[in-house]
Design a protein around this ligand. Structure first.
Ligand code: FES
Length: 156
């Protein structure tokens, strides 16, 4: 907790404890921890002299912010129509089977968060998986399992 607050204070000091800096401070804190810890929201509100509810409403309004811990690697399985037809549900089944994850969930070691996305514009390569911005084409359940194994090893 002490460390969290120190890191949050450093970000606030960098941008200045003023309401106009709110978004930038929240983006940096979210980037630093990979999510917005509860105590960071309270600290930001205190230092910027704003109601905690206002900071919370910003945090829940923008999709870029997360209020729960996120993995160091974000795996997006495309579930748009083309990917759905070409087997995206099987990829999600494999993630559930291997890691016990449903979309929106994170492994306990914070190595990986599973998300779905609705078409990334690469339908010809369906089913598509995007890992930290890198697109993988025609992913099979076995390819998915190998990809996840690699992510877990790199993150260990
Ligand atoms: S539906 Fe998956 S890339 Fe378009």
């Amino acid at each position: 907790m002490e460390n969290i607050l120190q890191d949050v204070d450093a970000v606030i000091d960098q941008w200045g404890a003023k309401p106009e800096s709110l978004l930038q401070i929240m983006l940096d804190v979210n980037h630093h921890f990979n999510y917005l810890p509860r105590e960071s929201i309270v600290r930001i509100a205190e230092r910027l002299r704003m109601p905690v509810s206002q900071v919370y409403s910003v945090a829940t309004f923008f999709k870029v912010f997360s209020l729960t811990p996120r993995g160091r690697t974000i795996v997006h399985v495309c579930t748009g129509t083309a990917c759905h037809v070409k087997g995206a549900p099987k990829l999600l089944d494999r993630m559930k089977q291997d890691l016990g994850l449903d979309p929106g969930e994170t492994t306990e070691d914070l190595a990986l968060t599973l998300e779905t996305v609705n078409c990334v514009g690469a339908c010809a390569s369906a089913p598509v998986v995007v890992v930290n911005g890198e697109t993988y084409s025609e992913v099979t359940p076995n390819k998915m399992a190998a990809l996840v194994k690699e992510i877990k090893e790199q993150s260990a």
